[in-house]
Design a protein around this ligand. Structure first.
Ligand code: CMX
Length: 159
C-alpha cells in the first residue's frame, strides 16, 4: 500500500514537515495563589522551584517547577495573575485553576512562526515577546490548535 506523502516517514518528508520543535518545554498551570501552589507542588510531588519572576507585560507572577532533578524530568510553570484582566486572570475566571498552556522549545522562533504561518496557523503576536528568563515567546491561539493554547519558547542564549 502506498503511504500518502504527508505521512511518509522518509527523512526527506520528515524534514519538510518539521517546524523546528525540540521538546516539550513546560506545561503551564493557572493558579490563583503562586506561593500556595509552589508549596503544594513541592510538598506533595517533591518538585523543586527553579525560578520565580514577575512578567508585567504578560500580567503574571510565575514559577518554573522542575519535576525531577535536571532538565530531563521536564517542568511545569505555575502562572498567577497580576490583574483580573490579564490572560491568566480571564482564564481563572472562565475555567478555574488548571492547565492553561502547552509549551514547546524551539531553536529559532522566527523560523518556526514563519513555517506555521505558511501552514495557515495564526500566531497571537506579530513578533515574539519576552517570556520567562528572557526567552522569546509566541502563541498559537487555542482555536487554531484543537483547543490547546500552544506556546513557542526560544530560550535565551545563556540558558
Ligand atoms: N486554553 C484553551 N482554550 C482557551 C484558552 C486556553 N488557555 N484561553 C481561552 N480559550 C478559549 C476560550 O475557552 C474560548 O472558547 P469558546 O469561544 O469556545 O468559549 C475562546 O478561547 C475565547 O477566545 P478569546 O476571546 O480570544 O479569549 P481570551 O480573551 O480569554 O484570550 C488568549 C485567549 C489565548 C488569546 C489569551 O489567553 C492570550 O493572549 N494568551 C497568551 C498569553 C498568555 O497566556 N500569557 C500568560 C502566560 C505567560 C507565559 O507563559 O509566560
Amino acid at each position: 500500500m502506498t503511504e500518502p506523502a504527508s505521512l511518509s516517514t522518509s527523512s526527506q518528508s520528515v524534514k519538510s514537515l518539521s517546524v523546528g520543535l525540540q521538546r516539550i518545554d513546560h506545561v503551564g498551570i493557572a493558579v490563583p495563589d503562586l506561593d500556595a501552589a509552589i508549596a503544594f507542588y513541592e510538598g506533595t510531588f517533591g518538585m523543586t522551584c527553579a525560578h520565580v519572576e514577575t512578567n508585567e507585560e504578560q500580567g503574571v507572577r510565575e514559577a518554573m517547577m522542575q519535576v525531577a532533578p535536571g532538565v530531563e524530568g521536564g517542568a511545569i510553570q505555575l502562572l498567577a495573575p497580576l490583574r483580573p484582566d490579564s490572560a491568566i486572570g480571564k482564564f481563572l475566571d472562565r475555567s478555574g485553576p488548571g492547565m492553561q498552556q502547552l509549551a514547546f522549545t524551539v531553536v529559532n522562533i522566527d523560523a518556526t512562526c514563519a513555517a506555521l504561518r505558511e501552514r495557515g496557523i495564526r500566531l497571537l503576536y506579530e513578533a515574539p515577546r519576552r517570556g520567562t528568563a528572557n526567552s522569546r515567546i509566541n502563541f498559537v491561539h487555542p482555536k487554531d490548535a484543537g483547543g490547546v493554547l500552544v506556546e513557542l519558547v526560544q530560550p535565551a542564549a545563556d540558558h
